[in-house]
Design a protein around this ligand. Structure first.
Ligand SMILES: Cc1cc2nc3c(=O)[nH]c(=O)nc-3n(C[C@H](O)[C@H](O)[C@H](O)COP(=O)(O)OP(=O)(O)OC[C@H]3O[C@@H](n4cnc5c(N)ncnc54)[C@H](O)[C@@H]3O)c2cc1C
Length: 261
């Protein structure tokens, strides 16, 4: 098995980007060894069993909690790695990652593992749809920045409040649609509301688990989009920690592949 790579990083800055999004910029000499990865790649932030940030590479049998976050930006020259956290819950209700993102101070240390690469948009397409909630906003933003200038289609993002809108850098032919107060659940319905363009779309979506299933079924049943053109995944599940969600996700993927094969 490949040995996991750890990076010990410090908080360089912390900023409330919008009411429900906290940006932490991490820095450290370890970033010199961090590989260049495609837009939407992710890292694992390490916390100890008490939910505190893990400051050193874990011992062999140490119990560790890992939380997955998108690399919003990486600047190897400046030695910075930017992560945007959607804020959820207060105090013990918030998971370790959301809690830490709000309490982290400049100079705090955390160990990060990774990076991993997620699937992006299917490469052959005439137009695109990117869909997600605020947990996927960093991945969608990074993918929009990487699209060619002539790209056409939609980016549909569900946000908690009007004030969570943020300027996105994207090609002119991409229409940005912000869904406010619909929750992740509004994403599937939005597919019925947009005008579908001519030709083959590539669809990329990431959001809450039940919304992911609704999007997947809408694409299958209402639009019959070929599976090779679609990547739909869940980034979290209501009422389940990341560790529990991972189990649900695996079971769901197995069931779905049995159902379609
Ligand atoms: C590939 C990938 C990339 C991701 N990138 C990002 C990213 O860049 N930014 C980001 O904010 N998230 C991202 N996520 C989602 C993030 O990993 C989860 O939201 C994670 O559960 C947060 O960990 P936590 O410690 O805050 O909460 P946990 O300990 O995992 O959960 C505690 C409780 O909070 C609930 N909860 C978890 N997340 C949310 C949420 N977003 N809204 C409401 N309730 C929630 C859980 O259901 C649970 O009840 C990504 C996930 C994946 C798989």
């Amino acid at each position: 098995m490949k040995k996991r790579q750890y990076y010990q990083l410090q908080v360089l800055s912390t900023q409330r980007l919008t009411p429900n999004l906290q940006r932490l910029v991490l820095t450290g000499d370890d970033l010199a060894a961090f590989p260049h990865t495609p837009a939407g790649s992710y890292i694992k932030l390490l916390f100890n069993q008490f939910g505190e940030p893990q400051p050193t590479a874990p011992e062999e049998n140490q119990k560790i909690l890992m939380r997955t976050y998108t690399v919003r930006a990486l600047n190897k020259e400046a030695k910075t790695l930017t992560v945007d956290f959607m804020l959820h819950g207060e105090g013990v209700e918030a998971g370790p990652a959301s809690h830490w993102s709000q309490s982290a101070k400049v100079g705090d240390t955390i160990v990060v593992a990774g990076p991993g690469t997620s699937k992006g948009l299917a490469p052959e397409h005439d137009w695109v749809i990117l869909l997600g909630d605020m947990t996927a906003l960093p991945a969608i933003s990074a993918q929009l920045e990487a699209l060619p200038a002539q790209a056409r289609g939609y980016a549909i993002i569900s946000i908690v409040s009007e004030a969570d809108k943020q300027p996105l850098q994207s090609p002119e032919g991409i229409k940005i649609i912000w869904l406010v107060h619909t929750g992740s659940a509004g994403l599937a319905k939005s597919l019925l509301d947009i005008e579908w363009l001519q030709g083959e779309p590539a669809v990329w979506a990431a959001c809450e688990f039940s919304s992911m299933r609704a999007i997947r079924s809408t694409l299958d049943v209402e639009f019959n989009v070929p599976r090779s053109q679609v990547y739909v995944t869940s980034y979290w599940r209501e009422g389940r920690s990341e560790d529990q969600h991972k189990i649900d996700k695996r079971e769901d993927a197995e069931q779905y592949s049995r159902h379609v094969s």
